[in-house]
Design a protein around this ligand. Structure first.
Ligand code: FAD
Length: 437
């Protein structure tokens, strides 16, 4: 069919958004039609971008970390705490991997993280494109949806004035982060207008803004360490991994992983409680041997300037900055002036180097969105709206966010498959009712 003709007819199903969840939903819909001995449905995906799967291309630094061997439900978050688990018991993470394998995506692991064997996200998008083509799923790109009205059918109006109509509608337009991939929170407006409650979007898997007097001086340097996040004096997250010092604060995998816990404690760009990051650079056994080494150095290197006191224990710049934070005294003074108490302070800073958190960077820099459409208003068995019949939502537009490590794509695939599958079953039920009349 000519692309210009796409708006001249009514569809069984329109999916808004050709991201991980929308493409999964459209494919699952057609597969269920075929499995139940029916004709393929008339399915149209409306995508704002000039191409499909733009965000998938950006995932995992272009390598697409699409799942994880550790699928503890604690990696998924929502105001409806049990909702992600219930959906993931309907379409399990291993069912998602089978779905991916059926469309030609084979995986490999790096630790617990799963990637396509090619380690390129472009191959994942290609597999989806070929599968959609095989299943006669029509795709309109450069089709930014502006509004949705539900009367007898759904009427979906695009920015360019085209109007598309369908029996069933799946909103899969993502969250509000990384707008350069096409996601600008449009789904929240439509869902609100249709009567749904939407939790305000907040960034997650995002860098932290901290008091930057130390981090700016160390900008670009990395450390492997144990990170502890405390809020109002209570430990709320712990993570071992790489931390990157930056001009504005802290980044790196360990920081991104705990960032959601900071966002959840923010209201209108302000923290509601004091939040602190502590970095433990060494375990207790290593600290004991460092203590002995420092006592020895005080004798052997007595006349050297203090700034060389941690030579080869830490990278030079980091060591000098840690000394400055711990001792607050001129580093030009000789090592001989360092007291036992000073050594205790150095060890204590190595045990717990503290950074006051001021907030997070914005949604634009984030990898996922906290908040979105209230899951309580969607069936956990079908993902159909409890307020508008024939309307489904999946992926990041719903109030579910996952940790860093393949959890967000798993949620997108699983919820997309469930929404597509449920929409196909609803269409069959409707057809049976009208045949019976
Ligand atoms: C840089 C980056 C790296 C990431 N890496 C990983 C990773 O390695 N592993 C992981 O699990 N997760 C990762 N994520 C998160 C993951 O990519 C998302 O959570 C997931 O892709 C969400 O899928 P979705 O289908 O809900 O939304 P999206 O993939 O965002 O797709 C939504 C689609 O809807 C379209 N759309 C939006 N508004 C409209 C409109 N008005 N009209 C028509 N179309 C519209 C958008 O253009 C987009 O194509 C990463 C995210 C980012 C930003």
């Amino acid at each position: 069919m000519n692309m210009d003709d796409l708006d001249r007819k009514s569809y069984d199903l329109i999916v808004i958004g050709a991201g991980a969840s929308g493409m999964s939903a459209a494919i699952a819909f057609q597969k269920i039609r075929l499995l139940s001995g029916k004709e393929k449905g008339d399915v149209l995906i409306l995508e704002k971008n000039e191409r499909v799967g733009k965000k998938v291309l950006a995932t995992g630094n272009g390598r697409c970390n699409l799942s994880n061997k550790d699928m503890e439900l604690s990696h998924f978050h929502s105001h409806e705490a049990d909702f992600p688990g219930r959906v993931l018991s309907g379409v399990t993470p291993s069912a998602c991997l089978s779905f991916l394998s059926e469309i030609g995506i084979v995986t490999t692991s790096e630790g617990n993280k799963l990637f396509p064997m090619s380690k390129t996200s472009a191959s994942v998008v290609d597999a989806f494109r070929y599968a959609m083509d095989d299943l006669d799923i029509k795709i309109a790109t450069d089709a930014a949806v502006k509004n949705i009205v539900k009367e007898n059918l759904f009427a979906v109006t695009c920015e360019d004035g085209r109007v598309f109509s369908s029996d069933l509608l799946i909103i899969a337009c993502g969250g509000a982060c990384a707008s350069y991939t096409g996601t600008t929170g449009d789904g929240y407006k439509w869902l609100s207008r249709l009567g749904h409650k939407v939790f305000a979007p907040k960034p997650s898997i995002v860098q932290l803004l901290t008091d930057n007097s130390v981090t700016k001086a160390l900008s670009g340097l990395r450390l492997d360490c144990e990170l502890t996040l405390t809020a109002d004096g209570n430990v709320v997250a712990e993570q071992y991994g790489e931390v990157l010092f930056t001009d504005y604060g802290l980044s790196g995998p360990a920081v991104l992983q705990v960032s959601g816990e900071v966002s959840r404690r923010m209201r209108k760009d302000r923290l509601t409680v004091p939040v602190k990051v502590s970095l433990r650079l060494f375990d207790e056994k290593t600290l004991l041997s460092i203590e002995e080494e420092l006592m020895e150095r005080r004798r052997t290197f007595a006349s050297r300037p203090s700034e060389q006191f941690l030579l080869s224990i830490l990278p030079q710049k980091i060591g000098a900055m840690l000394l400055k934070s711990a001792l607050e005294r001129p580093m030009s003074l000789p090592v001989s002036t360092i007291t036992d108490g000073d050594i205790k302070k150095i060890l204590s800073t190595m045990r717990s180097w503290n950074f006051q958190v001021l907030g997070t960077r914005s949604l634009e820099q984030a990898q996922t969105t906290i908040g979105g459409a209230d899951c309580a208003e969607f069936s956990e068995e079908t993902l159909e709206s409890k307020l508008v019949s024939g309307l489904f939502a999946c992926g990041e537009v719903l109030d579910v966010d996952g940790d860093c490590g393949g959890y967000n794509l798993t949620w997108a695939f699983a919820s997309g498959i469930l929404a597509g599958r449920s929409a196909a079953m609803l269409l069959s039920d409707k057809a049976e009712v009208s045949d019976g009349n």
